[in-house]
Ligand binder design. Sequence first.
Ligand SMILES: Cc1ncc(C[n+]2csc(CCOP(=O)(O)OP(=O)(O)O)c2C)c(N)n1
Length: 650
Amino acid sequence: MANALRALAMDAVEQAKSGHPGMPMGMADVATVLFTQFLRFDPQAPDWPDRDRFVLSNGHGSMLLYALLHLTGYPDMTLDELKRFRQLGSRTAGHPERGHASGIETTTGPLGQGLGNSVGMALAERMLAAEFGDAIVDHHTYVFAGDGCLMEGISHEALSLAGHLALNKLIVFWDDNSISIDGPTNLAVSDDQILRFRAHGWAAERVDGHDHEAVAEAIRRAHNSDHPSLIACRTTIAFGAPTKAGTAAAHGAPLGAAEIAGARERLGWTDPPFSIPEDIRAEWRAAGVRGGAVRRDWEARLQSQPADRCLEFLRRQRNELPPDVDQAIAELCANFCEANAKIATRQASGAVLDSLTRVVPELVGGSADLTPSNNTKAKDQKDVRRDDFSGRYMRYGVREHGMAAAMNGIAVHGGFIPYGGTFLTFSDYARPAIRLSAFMGVGVIYVMTHDSIGLGEDGPTHQPVEHLAALRAIPGLYVYRPADAVETAECWALALYRRDAPALLALTRQSLPLLRRETALQNRSAQGAYVLAEADGARQVTLLATGSEVSVAMAARDALARDGLRAAVVSMPCWELFEETPKEYQDAVLGSAPCVAVEAAVRLGWDRWLGARGAFVGMAGFGASAPAEALFPHFGITPERVAEAARSLL
Ligand SMILES: Cc1ncc(C[n+]2csc(CCOP(=O)(O)OP(=O)(O)O)c2C)c(N)n1
């Protein structure tokens, strides 16, 4: 059965003239043991919520996953798809992409991300079990990871977090083949991984990855562990290949006809390319059928739950929000208007969360050790702890990358909406995982506070200047920068409604005046940009701004009015949403008068809104260490400078 995986991997890579045959051939035995004896899955119901999760973190070995899905009978993973490996429009992309085929739990390829996701999946499993009971939620998360995954920095954060939480249903198989692209791994690494995992609070042992019984026994021991488990599987890369086995030559290139012929002979595999003997195919199919009865038993157990619990569980799986969100947001906006207080948008966000977490029980908050700064912990939220997973607030520790990757895992697991915070400037530390949130289209919500020089005294190391531009450059990420408390509530609502895309809220440390006083129920931020204050008469200039600079633009409008000049102010809390509005709406908002944009960040990106005759007021380099009140005048981000820029255009 393992040789069937090897043959399909060799053949598909050869046909594509590209790909990675070595890892699938090396890990074929471990995969066979896992899929035939342990993994609970049902190809006929691939999204069954209590299935075990399988993550191929070393995603370059994608052919291993595709071969497994094909042989166990996932209907959409046909032999044709294997033959079209790595071709345009196929389900069998170069690296596994969630959504391309059922059974691909998460997108992998950037090494270490799958490992990071798996921590979130295992965490979501424990939290869901704490809420709905072990009869409904009781599954494992299995991960294949390579030397590359374990060398990446993110592995440190992921392993440390999993060990701390004692996520004992997380089991990682390390493809311990001592080979990576450059050659033997001892060129670059001498870690004792067993000791390393143990130091992180894991159970760790080493087995011969080609000995089926040894692998099975190790899995049984892992099932009984109180800790997450590492099973280091000693394997030979490209097992069976006559000259390339055990060498880097087998990592990422087709083996070639002669080598494949030699491998077939060594493995005793006489069938032609892409052909699987009927008896072996039948055995694989039997492995795929095994989970059907388990799944049906689970469905019966779910149905025997009290009706309201069952409905709630299913609602959460559908990613459908509870009905009370609109009401909660409307009340928040009314309260903000009534209070008319000068508050920071991070503080407004905290108030929003106090309210939303009461009506949206699936919200799981957290922060990378900046909870009091990010205002991410709602009043009613309890901490998640290793001995009590009923809380809904995660202390992610100083692990921004691990947090973001875990949130992706929580989101793809299902049942929860994760949000997590850090300073906007440290979004860089989480960026590879943020990119994957967007790429996969999962509704993770990033709460990034201290969003400009307005954070003040912590200085330029902490003051983001290029981050908004860099984040807006990620396709599919909705970057929100609300201007006041009401916009903050609106942006939170939009982030929540959009379950198929991530959102990033850029929030201020410093207090801002309330700009939106109307109590109408319309969410004006939903258009991405809107006219906050029209000119008194025909527009002579349009001032565009986001976040804390919208109030700067409003003051500039007043200054211009005193000179008899007519300026409109457009608040642009979300460029991406504005881009989705009809052109007529965009034209009406932007108008035909010249524009001045103001944002306490770099200009990159703004020119698309400014047109040929625009001006920009913002940052041209890094910030400085001083109180915010000194920094805005120092860098010329003031109503006077905006008014001056406007006059220069008239
Ligand atoms: C973040 C990241 N960096 C680099 C790569 C390119 N890359 C793909 S596989 C690989 C080597 C991985 O070695 P190992 O995990 O030992 O895989 P094996 O050779 O055993 O298949 C590298 C550097 C990547 N995919 N992701």
